[in-house]
Design a protein around this ligand. Sequence first.
Ligand SMILES: [Zn+2]
Length: 299
Amino acid sequence: MITVGALVLLLCFSGSAVHATEPFPLSWPARLKIPRGEIVELKIYGEGLSSVEARWAEQNLLFYALAPGLFAAIIGVDLEAKPGVSKITITATNDAGRQRRAETIVQTLSKAFRQESFTVASSFDQLSPEALELIRSERADFALAFSTPAAERFWEAPFIRPVPQESSSSFGYRRIINGKPRAPHTGADLRAPIGTEVLAANHGRVVLTGDYFFAGKSVVLDHGGGLYTMYFHLSELKVDAGAMVRRGDVLALSGMSGRVTGPHLHWAARLGTARVDPMELIQKISFGQSQQPESAIGN
Ligand SMILES: [Zn+2]
């Protein structure tokens, strides 16, 4: 018969197993607030931290090391996401093989985008059945391009503007035509005279090139880990699908192909399934420029 004393002794002897799961010091943000269409860097720090895995909204997040013990992943919220709360579950492993779990609450915030209402003759706005069929097949092309993101990270910070010109504040802009809200504008329009060299915002693989109904001549880059950038309304493509490009490589010349009223570059970004403002990539990714997690809770 095992006495209480023997049981305590037994537990003490199994101490090494208990020790292996003992929490180790870790810093991570308890809560992230993300306005829709924006991104944040989720940073996790622990001495001797060797890897971090996390799941959020049925997606695995890709973490990368910024400095010894410091890992980060970027997460983004779709521009049409409803305000709400979700949870990131994190598993951190240190170089002794110990694991620690943590949670970060993600609060999606509402954000107002510019919108304008128009009334037009209904015939003005109709697309032919042929055009609608073409648009459907083009959507399938894009869906295919997004279906197999590279698991490794190709990009390095900083991201660069693909053309030198500033962006108009057009991300999220929505037209309401005859009382019906249209799809929001999912990119940033950069003013660019026809023939301006369009540069890769970062390293990546060309996963789509083509000439599309709305987007015109287009290039899509896969930067890995679910991050894509897109370049629309081009006049001349300079890369082929499948090619690896480096940040600053010329992808194309800008133009006014597709459904546009004037020359410009439509630049867009996608992270996981979220359509995010591409300017966020330039503004929010510190990538090693900051050494400690911001708003971290020490534990
Ligand atoms: Zn646009």
